[in-house]
Ligand binder design. Structure first.
Ligand code: 5AD
Ligand code: FES
Length: 348
């Protein structure tokens, strides 16, 4: 499938054809990665951040955020819960927080690998090469870093560079692969200024990079960010070219991602569950996705990790989410994955 065909699917209006896309993606998902849905327990370990992204509520200038950083004991408590709930992976995520020091985190990774059967996924932003290397040596298996958009002008706008630093997420993703991480990336859908053409390029980039994991979700406006302020300013584009941050568009991207990256692990994301709390997760799973990332963050911190408003599961306890996702998976005739759920590879 080339760029133009992807573009046609993004713009398709015939409901019958769109049904074919869902069915095709679901078939490829089943043939390539099976019926298991892998669970990755998400621990949002800190909401401190040095970055100033125009979309994210945790950006450094947002004085309304009450900042927290979990202790080692709290994190280990959550990791033990991941084991108890039968999850195969723990994902530790935070803002880009240098209060999370290299050695402190390496120690938690080593503890996890020595004391649990879990795969360890990290998502700590654009950390220096040496941190990524040392965490890999400590035993981390995977790293998530979305490139957000493949349009360099739009990227520079929504992700203003820090003084004395460049931000080349594509270079970081290549480094992560060289270090031996399973590498994950992804984009937001419906960023102000994002065109259909750009989004088709994003999906082509997933294939070119041969990503192991690809997460996509709707862009959700946050009132305490510059993109969230009406007239907050973004590259002017023809309104007919603007991608909507609509549920249906997210499913199209999930389905097309499955078709161009048939072996990838693709989550049905929390942002998707946020725009359709009743069945967003299930529909994502039925249109190409094979992973869910239930939240393990302690309730005292959940609401403080507000990258966008009204995030799904903000009031639920970890045990509730564990039961909820397992029920949702079984309700659509799928199975809860066993083991860490590494990327599958089919010989050509
Ligand atoms: N809406 C949707 N997704 C967001 N993210 C951050 N802010 C928002 C928002 N306002 C996504 C980004 C980031 C991931 C952790 O969350 O893609 O990489
Ligand atoms: Fe958290 Fe359903 S997964 S409430």
């Amino acid at each position: 499938m080339d760029h133009d065909e992807i573009l046609r699917w993004l713009r398709e209006t015939d409901p019958g054809r769109i049904e074919e896309l869902w069915a095709h993606a679901d078939r490829v998902r089943r043939d390539m990665v099976g019926d298991e849905v892998h669970l990755r327990g998400l621990i949002e370990i800190s909401n401190h951040c040095v970055q100033q992204c125009g979309y994210c509520g945790l950006h450094r200038h947002n004085k309304k955020v009450q900042r927290y950083r979990m202790s080692r004991e709290e994190i280990i408590g959550c990791i033990r819960q991941a084991v108890a709930f039968g999850y195969g992976t723990v994902v530790m995520q935070s803002g880009e927080d240098y209060g999370i020091t290299t050695e402190w985190m390496a120690d938690i990774i080593r503890w996890t690998k020595a004391n649990t059967p879990l795969a360890v996924t990290l998502s700590f932003g654009e950390r220096p090469d040496d941190d990524l290397k040392r965490w890999r040596e400590a035993g981390a298996d995977r790293y998530l870093l979305r490139f957000e958009t493949s349009d360099p002008v739009l990227y520079a706008h929504i992700h203003p560079p820090l003084p004395n630093r460049t931000s080349d997420r594509f270079a970081l993703l290549r480094l992560l692969r060289e270090l031996g991480y399973e590498t994950g990336s992804g984009v937001m859908i419906g960023i102000p200024g994002q065109t259909y053409d750009t989004l088709a390029n994003d999906i082509c980039a997933f294939r070119e990079m041969d990503l192991d994991m690809i997460g996509v979700g709707p862009y959700l406006s946050h009132p305490d960010t510059f993109l969230g302020i009406p007239g907050g300013g973004y590259p002017r584009i023809d309104p007919a070219e603007q991608v909507p941050n609509a549920e249906d568009m997210v499913y199209r991207v999930v389905a097309l991602t499955r078709l161009v990256c048939p072996e990838a692990n693709i989550p049905s994301t929390t942002a998707l569950a946020t725009i359709n709390k009743d069945s967003g997760r299930e529909q994502g799973l039925a249109r190409g996705a094979n992973v869910i990332m239930p939240n393990l963050t302690p309730q005292t911190y959940r609401a403080l990790y507000e990258i966008y408003p009204a995030k799904a599961c903000i009031d639920e306890a970890a045990g509730h989410c564990a039961d909820c996702v397992q029920h949702r998976i079984r309700s659509i005739g799928r199975q809860v994955g066993r083991g860490p759920g590494f990327r599958v590879t089919h010989s050509p």
